[in-house]
Design a protein around this ligand. Sequence first.
Ligand code: SF4
Length: 180
Amino acid sequence: MSRKKIATVWLGGCSGCHMSLLDIDERILDVAKLADIVKCPIVDGKEFPQVDIALVEGSVTSDEHLREIKHIRKNATTLIAFGDCAVMTNVTGMRNYFPLQEVLDTSYKNAISNDSEGTMPDHPALLKLNDKVVPLQEVVNVDFVIPGCPPHADTIFYVLFEFLNDRIPDLSDVKKLKYG
Ligand code: SF4
């Protein structure tokens, strides 16, 4: 069994899924025996490399996210939708119920712009949001999903460990699928 490479990414999410990943605690040593974590937003921001497993948190909210997820798809053997925002947009997708301009005005206009026209503030730190948030599987093929908001650390570890041992995880067993 060959040593694997893992990357983790966040798109449109709150980073809570990554916080839950950190909750695998000392089991990270079991992961480290079998794989290298070559990219993770908590520790670096380098270009996404070729990997065996990509854990992708969050949904696709912008053209920038769309380019990123397509790049990840090309470079990951197994792409895992990591958490409910990646799987079905979840909290990130709540803005889909409202016109984008209304969302932007409510979120930013009064906070950082004096633009009386109510247009999107032209600030380099802000993503140019698309009208609608979409889940990963709407724009790329997804190989596996880890549900939960956030997924439980036990579930994350179980899924990772199975893939690292060249097995397909089975989340039909409710004992392996923990929440919160
Ligand atoms: Fe945050 Fe929940 Fe979305 Fe994960 S699934 S990014 S914890 S809102």
